[in-house]
Design a protein around this ligand. Structure first.
Ligand code: RIB
Ligand code: CA
Length: 320
């Protein structure tokens, strides 16, 4: 069974990715590390524990970075961000955040471990007899820091399967995807390490956006996982519609694609490229540099995904 560490910023779409990873029973999940991104790390860890409780998993959770590796440089890059706040306030003054600080699942009685996420990644990779796959679905600060602190871990990493990056579009600037933009220095460390990388890029996740009308039918389901999936899509579609990011008819669900790909890649087009990342302070900061003769040539990008099969795969998995 493939050994994985999930590194996430839960988060509405991270929640569905975690559920799939556990409920599929296809992975030996060695731990879940958390990072700031959709919310501060205290809250992404709390949300992660709530989701793991929901699917009956006692996998340990570790808190890590509460920001990018080089905050001062990142502050300068943020001048190029076109995206506004990721919440809106309704008529009653209630805030609707794309990624609620506390997901609407029961409170957890568990706490994150005392060990830091970066040290957990290092120790787990160094001590494992089998190679490990790391799955970052938020800014990759924990993974970048781990490789920087102990580059020896690379020899025991099978591959890194991200959600992040894009070829022909952006969601935080014209050309950059949010996870890669939020810590491009971490991504550069990973790319330059030469490790095999695979990423669920925006190009594929947007192509596979969920049909909202179809998923609304899940709201009445007796199956708690399908019902929650329906609620997540409804919530995201509503917030993104109010922010002017989506049409309310099709709603992208990014992070689960990294997990889906590792279970069944038959409906996802994934292409090998040579890739680097723009770490400058300019309008292209955080964007992938694809096939320009620089970077890691073992970098695979999910560029297309069959929309119907993606939805069916997730709902089938939750129905089992
Ligand atoms: O760009 C999409 C990514 O940004 C997803 O991982 C989502 O959870 C947000 O962090
Ligand atoms: Ca995420």
């Amino acid at each position: 069974m493939r050994k994985i560490i999930i590194d996430c910023d839960t988060g509405t779409d991270d929640a569905i990715a975690l559920m799939l990873a556990v409920l599929s029973k296809k992975f030996d999940i060695l731990g879940v590390t958390c990072v700031a991104g959709n919310q501060l790390v205290e809250d992404t860890a709390d949300n992660t524990l709530r989701v793991l409780d929901f699917v009956g998993s006692d996998v340990k959770v570790y808190k890590g970075a509460n920001g990018p590796m080089y905050p001062e440089i990142q502050e300068k890059r943020r001048e190029f961000v076109s995206e506004g706040p990721i919440f809106y306030t309704d008529d009653k003054g209630e805030i609707h955040h794309l990624h609620p600080r506390h997901l609407w699942l029961p409170e957890t009685k568990r706490k994150p471990e005392d060990k830091d996420a970066v040290d957990f990644i290092i120790d787990t990779c160094l001590n494992s007899k089998e190679k490990i796959t790391i799955v970052p679905t938020g800014p990759a600060s924990n993974v970048g820091k781990a490789i920087k602190k102990n580059p020896d871990i690379i020899r025991n990493i099978e591959e890194i399967v991200f959600m992040g990056g894009s070829v022909n579009t952006g969601n935080i600037t014209e050309t950059a995807e949010a996870n890669f933009f939020n810590d491009p220095d971490a991504i550069k460390i990973i790319i330059d390490s030469g490790v095999k990388c695979v990423t669920a890029a925006l190009d594929a996740t947007i192509m596979a956006a969920i049909d909202v009308e179809k998923s609304n039918k899940l709201l009445d389901s007796d199956n708690k996982y399908l019902k929650f999936f329906g609620e997540i899509i409804k919530w995201r579609a509503d917030v993104e519609y109010h922010l002017g990011w989506a049409d309310g008819i099709n709603e992208p669900l990014h992070d689960p694609m990294a997990i889906v790909y590792m279970i069944d890649d038959s409906f996802i087009k994934c292409v090998r490229h040579q890739v680097s990342i723009d770490t400058g302070v300019n309008p292209e900061s955080g964007s992938l540099i694809v096939d320009k003769g620089i970077g890691n040539d073992d970098f695979w990008i999910m560029e297309e995904c069959d929309k119907e099969k993606y939805y069916d795969f997730i709902t089938d998995m939750f129905s089992e």
